[in-house]
Ligand binder design. Structure first.
Ligand code: UDP
Length: 328
């Protein structure tokens, strides 16, 4: 019988891509999502259970119904700007919500856990590239909430045997090349979709958040990874746990840093359009540079992020932007 995997946030951007790939790989993805930032239309590849991580009894019910072999935990608030203004939201939804989820998992005997963490747990480190052993000094409540969950996972491994793979994502971009699912946030804050909105006139223009950083062109540098490559790593991480391997932490980034201005130039080339933009002030909570300095996922999981060229990510995002959407 096909194995069930509980996918929290399965109606969101990354979770919906995970469900697609899990189903293709022979698993049954069970989406658990409160639809606050997710989309019902994005749930296409397995059963849907609407619910909130703050509702412990609902979580217990879903674990009892499906008896999943593993959890892939994507559901979270993830906006740096919002986190800086409203830290309580992040501590409640991300940390308390995950505590409920972990308790429900261990109570039901589900002891394999794949967790989406973030490079924001590292914070700014004088422009060095970051590997899994780098110190974690998050600059904002989003990164702090994810680091707290990483600590929580270690405690539940010691006490209850909850084995886990933690993926610290760099910047996720692109979309399913088949166009079945894609990135759709309301409001949209992420650089590439905001830029595509600006290119086709859905918003007035893009504001570049600061051009006076200590970087090659003054704008912030990020390491972008294609969402399909990111999910390939998650499936490899799931198999890693199901094969009985120990808990691990992996960075998911390519090691190539792009400044905001470089992303703008690639977008103009790929879409063959002008990118209307203006330079604005810095955004509170932003790190100057976040670039992965590690090949650990490549070495241990055999991960190969072949779609993660900037042009491919923009091309796939642009195709989705023009042809795909969810009902609001
Ligand atoms: N950014 C920008 N204008 C925008 C959105 C983002 O200049 O409208 C910059 C942001 O300051 C950061 C980079 O683009 O340097 C990526 O930001 P995003 O919000 O996409 O992801 P984050 O790195 O915050 O997770």
């Amino acid at each position: 019988m096909a194995q069930h995997v509980l996918v929290t946030g399965g109606a969101g951007y990354i979770g919906s891509h995970a469900c697609k790939v899990l189903a293709r790989e022979g698993f049954v993805p069970i989406t658990f999502d409160n639809l606050i930032t997710g989309w019902k239309d994005a749930v296409k590849f397995g059963p849907f259970e609407q619910g909130d991580l703050l509702d412990q009894s609902r979580l217990n019910e879903v674990f009892a119904t499906y008896e999943p072999v593993a959890v892939m935990h994507f559901a979270a608030l993830s906006q740096v700007g919002e986190a800086t203004k409203e830290p309580a939201l992040y501590w409640r939804n991300n940390v308390l919500g995950t505590l409920n989820l972990i308790e429900a998992a261990v109570t039901s005997g589900c002891l394999n856990f794949v967790f989406s963490s973030t490079c924001a747990t590292y914070g700014d480190q004088d422009g060095v590239t970051l590997d899994e052993n780098s110190a974690q000094h998050p600059e904002n409540a989003y990164g702090a909430s994810k680091r707290a969950i990483e600590d929580m996972l270690k405690d539940f491994e010691s006490s209850h045997g909850l084995r886990h793979v933690v993926f610290r994502y760099f910047n996720v971009a692109g979309a399913d090349p088949d166009g079945e699912v894609g990135e759709h946030h309301r409001p949209e804050t992420h650089l590439i979709p905001v830029m595509l909105d600006a290119i086709d006139g859905k918003r007035d223009g893009l504001t570049v958040f600061g051009d006076d950083y200590e970087t090659r062109d003054g704008t912030c540098i990020r390491d972008y990874v294609h969402v399909m490559d990111l999910i390939d790593a998650h499936v490899a991480g799931l198999r890693w746990l199901l094969d009985g391997n120990p808990s691990e932490v992996f960075n998911l980034g390519t090691g190539n840093g792009f400044s905001v201005m470089e992303v703008i130039r690639h977008s103009a080339t790929v879409t063959n359009r002008e990118v209307p933009y203006e330079i604005g002030p810095r955004r509170a909570g932003d790190c100057v540079k976040l670039v992965s300095g590690s090949d650990k996922a490549r070495q241990k999981l055999g991960w190969s992020p072949d779609r993660s060229t900037m042009d491919q990510m923009i091309a796939d995002a642009w195709r989705w932007h023009q042809n795909g959407s969810y009902r609001e």
